[in-house]
Design a protein around this ligand. Structure first.
Ligand code: 13P
Length: 249
């Protein structure tokens, strides 16, 4: 089965009610590129409004708790995201691994919770700068994959996002060769563990993707799409990335 291109905006802690107009503009423009799956992950506070404003569009959360309910002040459970109309959730973003102390086992439990709630999951991995500089990036990321990818899942609903931490929000990007090498290594590890179904899993690149570099990055081997932060907040910046994905296939 051919993997469809997938371009996802992670709004991080950006966006208020007025920003729904940006989401509407993005989703409206995305309909011009029906060969690309487009999704936006706004802050929790905007999910319901975004779903209401863009019926049928793919809207997701940026995190979920591993439990389905309970005494976890400030957290949001995966079934709550689904109830709000979300169809996907990001787990294991480096800003949560680093900033909130999430370990691989936590990320795996969150991925299982998301899948269990019927959501698609984007599971993030990526190495810090010093690991890249010491030559250990592939080993580091494959260890994250081993520890955080669940054992049993529908491969069409679990995507991996490779986001080198040093490339996030910095304007720095790996070479196309380094992206292809990492994605090839991830695909290889997934195939070794899961067999043929790994072919159905989409591998996204994330970190300083913009309208200028998207075509090149998305064309790298084993790259099925992009997870975009800063350039996903407006249609003017995000739609060229979707168009670049559409032009590839
Ligand atoms: P930027 O596109 O702003 O570098 O962020 C990438 C990212 O972290 C997406 O999850």
């Amino acid at each position: 089965m051919a993997r469809r291109k997938y371009v996802v905006g992670n709004w991080k802690m950006n966006g208020v009610t007025a920003s729904i107009a940006d989401a509407q503009a993005i989703f409206a423009a995305a309909t011009e590129h029906p060969g690309v799956d487009v999704a936006l992950c706004p802050p929790f506070t905007l999910i319901g409004a975004m779903v209401a404003a863009a019926p049928g569009a793919a809207v997701g959360g940026q995190d979920c708790h591993s439990a389905t309910a309970g005494a976890f002040t400030g957290s949001v459970a995966a079934p709550m995201l689904a109830d709000a109309g979300a169809t996907l959730v990001i787990v294991g973003h480096s800003e949560r691994r680093e900033g909130c102390g999430e370990r691989d086992a936590d990320v795996r439990a969150k991925a299982e919770a998301g899948l269990g709630a019927g959501l698609s999951v984007i599971l993030c991995v990526g190495e810090p700068r010093e690991v890249r500089e010491s030559g250990g990036a592939i080993d580091y990321v494959l260890a994250q994959i081993a520890g955080s990818v669940p054992e049993d899942f529908d491969a069409t609903r679990l995507a991996i996002a490779y986001e080198p931490i040093w490339a996030i929000g910095t304007g720095l990007v790996p070479t196309v060769g380094d992206v292809a090498a990492m994605h090839g290594a991830i695909r290889g590890a997934l195939t070794a563990r899961f067999g043929g179904k790994a072919e159905d899993m989409r591998l996204l690149y994330g970190g300083s993707v913009n309208g200028e570099n998207a075509a090149e990055l998305l064309d790298a081997g084993d790259v099925d799409g992009a997870l975009v932060g800063g350039a996903s907040l407006t249609a003017a910046k995000f739609v060229p990335i979707v168009a670049a994905a559409a032009a590839l296939r």
